[in-house]
Design a protein around this ligand. Sequence first.
Ligand code: G6P
Length: 636
Amino acid sequence: MCGIVAVIGSREAAPLLLEGLRQLEYRGYDSAGLATVEATPAGPGQLTCLRAEGKLVNLQQRYEQYPAAGHCGIGHTRWATHGKPEERNAHPHLDGTGQLAVVQNGIIENHRSLREQLQASGVVFLSDTDTEVIPHLISQCLARLRSSGRAASGSLLLEAVQQVLPELHGAYALAVVWGETPGALVVARRQAPLLIGLGEGEFLCASDTPALAGFTRTILPMEDGEVALLTPLGIELHDALGNRVQRTPSLLTGTEHVADKRSFRHFMHKEIHEQPETAALWVARHLPPPSDAPGSPSLVALPLPAKVFEGVEQIQILACGTSRHASLVGAYLLEQLAGIPTSVFHASEFRYAPPPLAPHTLTIGVTQSGETADTLAALVMEEERRGLIADPAYAARLLGITNRAESSLGRLVPHLLDIGAGIEVGVAATKTFLGQLLTFYGLALAFAERRSSRSPAQLQDLVSGLRALPAQLKELVEEHDRRCAELAHLFADTQDVIFLGRGINYPIALEGALKLKEISYIHAEGYPAGEMKHGPIALLDSRVPVVSIAMPGRVFEKVLSNAQEAKARDAQLIGVAPEGPDTALFDVLLPVPAVDELLSPLLTVIPMQLLSYHIAAHRGLDVDQPRNLAKSVTVE
Ligand code: G6P
């Protein structure tokens, strides 16, 4: 939530900040702002702050009218938490002198008491944000330090920030510039991401790698609690206790960190079209070539040590949003294929009402960004509560599934499965959902093989099915892109849509409804088809389309009967099902080939994504940046 960027070096800061913010806009777009410090020949520098409500383009326009000069600066793109999305609540926030500016990503939980304390000392607040307490606190601290005769310097600014940080409760990543020190800026993080990029004689610090990728490939991810002073000459890094820290930077690999729309109108559309490639890459990485040789490699190659699989008696999965829907498919596979009792929790619920501890439990955190605050906090809590028990059977066994191996999740858990889908910019997750599904197929197959819970031939059939997936996806994406574009106008005035599925396709119904809600603002509900008659059927009439996923398998006939029940109430029926006489009841068919039921979610999700995409695009909505949402939710 919110993206921050900071730069110092030999070039003009503002264009670099604006480019960095462009890459971070997926983190929020309620407002944007920047502050630069320009060195002046005599004495201190001059701070300029520009802010604009709404998308980054508004800030860009403001910058064209009022250029902000200087080689040092900070920037912010906001997803509103405290205070409406108005210009006065946009970051950077300034102190009373207007010469100290702060941008922040996170939530300062004790901001109210800090605000009262500051107001009592005469501070006047200009915004409703939690962040504004920070510049005032730092400013007061600087005044105290300077009253003992100390001169303004980067070290003094660092010291003031270090003194203020313990007063702040909550999670944050922040950057501070001061008009008095045009050659220094200070950054800090606690439970919110921040990475420093090392250029030649210049440093850029940002919430996420896409903002760094066009600038440098050499990065230094900051650890929790660290504070850094950046000058054109180098980085001075300190841990939470104030000790100097030396760490070797790492390299960003591949080009996947650079976000590019290619010829598509929207990132989401491009990312839907990238799914055959996502699947092909996954197959190439994880399914070893078939071999008849004795002792041939196992079915799936996962970068996990054997101990992750040994003695697991149950699995609990913690996730939010789309990642939770992928986890529900994962749980189905882990239970039905590998025979392991598995529960899926909303991470935000698990934090405050975890189930009683059970022994030999594998806990999986699933987050595409690797930064979702609730998921990370739920994992930390699980580790802590298990750490209190002496019996090793209860020890925490944590595994992460993410698209961002370099994220906070990557540093939190000992074992990680990188879904490797490449950077996803559209706020509505598509290719990363497919990547998460595939990762769960890999995991469930690996468990099933080790436990012999299915015959080798059955498992091999599933692997063959997965190998066929990239080609099937390619056809499906192209076909449904066309069909859904043609259908979109039918939904021009639709206000409610019901998505039905059963068994392994129930989570796909949930995901279909979520996609539609997220980007087209149409009310949608995903429901287990058999439950329809216990309430939601009352909503149906000719104005409420029903999208029903009916794939051959255990519940095929049941789903078709449930669809008939909806048809009898005049609902317009859209089927996601194979072509044939059984599925003739649908008013509109989005055909999907009849694959093994266990593999079907990998295909049925495609029409869900494309239907939502085309409905939203037809309505002229901002598909990639839907209102009120952000791709990475780093606040509770
Ligand atoms: C936000 C996004 C969703 C996403 C969810 C979880 O709400 O808008 O698209 O599914 O966060 O994100 P994660 O990065 O943990 O998968």
